[in-house]
Ligand binder design. Structure first.
Ligand code: SF4
Length: 60
């Protein structure tokens, strides 16, 4: 499967401090099941995407 079209510029990863966590999320969402990403779902609907919204829908 292709990568998420937002991957290179996704602001979420600017705020993540733990590289292993970021890589895990990229593997799970951005490079495979990106249609399940809550951030992408909001962006695709034209809705604002909170900075602290995780791909799994958690707000941290
Ligand atoms: S976090 Fe979501 S929107 Fe951002 S690149 Fe990954 S799959 Fe795409």
């Amino acid at each position: 499967m292709a990568d998420c079209p937002n991957l290179e510029k996704c602001p979420f990863f600017k705020n993540i401090k733990l590289a292993p966590t970021a890589e895990m999320l990229k593997t799970t969402y951005c490079r495979s099941d990106f249609e399940s990403c809550k951030r992408k779902q909001l962006k695709d609907k034209g809705e604002p995407v909170p900075e602290n919204l995780w791909p799994n829908g958690k707000m941290v």
